[in-house]
Design a binder for this molecule. Structure first.
Ligand SMILES: [Zn+2]
Length: 287
């Protein structure tokens, strides 16, 4: 997960801009009457996300008048506000959509750190939380795969929530991504999320949930392959005695550039710690 500063755009202003020209007039009137309700929901969202308690906002799934959630009606109009009045080209909210997308680090998905950010992911899905359909803090630049894997599941508990790029930057105060070097005889690498004991239990559970839900092991493995083949060639130019230090320097550099839980930092840490690799493994043909 790549941390991003929380959006500066005001939720009520964005909702107002998106709905101020909605048609027909009856729909516009109903939506505009909800400006304060949306602002209140956004404030509740901010508090809950800060306290890592987004799962407690189930009351926001009800209709704005407090009646139980149902399909159609005003909730459907709120949901469509995102698609029709924020995503759609030349729609009144498109500027905000583009601004939020532009915050993706190097244009990369904030959830996996690898894919191309070409959509906004609703951290609380708009199907269940229509009041938050165009709330900026609920919209994260993401790739299509992460958006698909997250799906439209409402978080069932505090532990069953993926990491939030606007609120969970603290997660990188701990090292929790590790690579495992397999060999001999056939060298290979795999990645796993293994939070340390000193990490707060809730954060540790969310790290595991994030890693599993977004299938990050499957995403990182193909990235590591070319890197290992490149290393096999470049390390041959170094004396064996210098390889360990070289790998540790690489690990430190990637930690400084991409953070301790980037697949690159995890890979180089694991390689430096593996005596078979530093003595012989680097000479093997890596898959
Ligand atoms: Zn992604």
């Amino acid at each position: 997960m790549l941390p991003i500063p929380k959006p500066a755009q005001d939720a009520q202003s964005v909702f107002d801009a998106c709905t101020a020209t909605a048609k027909p007039l009856t729909a516009r009137t109903k939506l505009q009457a909800l400006k304060d309700t949306v602002a209140k929901a956004a404030a509740e969202y901010d508090t809950a996300a800060t306290n890592r308690a987004l799962h407690t906002l189930t009351h926001l799934q009800d209709q704005p008048d407090g009646k139980p959630k149902k399909l159609g009606g005003i909730n459907e109009q709120l949901k469509k506000t995102y698609t029709n009045r924020m995503v759609h080209k030349k729609s009144p909210g498109r500027d905000v959509y583009d601004q939020l997308l532009a915050e993706a680090p190097d244009g990369r998905c904030a959830l996996c750190g690898q894919g191309i950010a070409d959509t906004l992911d609703h951290q609380l899905p708009k199907t269940h939380y229509p009041l938050l359909a165009v709330t900026p803090a609920n919209l994260v630049p993401a790739c299509r795969d992460c958006n698909f894997y997250k799906g439209e599941q409402a978080p069932a508990s505090a532990e069953k929530q993926t990491l939030h790029p606007y609120y969970d930057g603290q997660v990188h105060e701990h090292v929790w991504l590790f690579a495992r070097i397999v060999g001999p005889p056939t060298p290979a690498v795999s990645f796993c999320a293994s939070p340390p004991p000193e990490m707060p239990p809730l954060l540790a559970a969310r790290v595991r949930h994030h890693f599993t839900t977004l299938k990050l092991a499957r995403l990182y493995n193909p990235q590591a392959g070319p890197e290992l083949r490149y290393l096999s060639r470049s390390l041959r130019r170094l004396p064996t005695a210098a390889i360990n230090e070289h790998l540790r320097e690489r690990a430190a550099d990637w930690t400084a550039i991409e953070g301790p839980n980037s697949w690159q930092a995890a890979l180089y840490r694991a390689l430096a710690d593996n005596s078979w690799y530093t003595k012989h493994g680097y000479l093997e043909p890596w898959k």
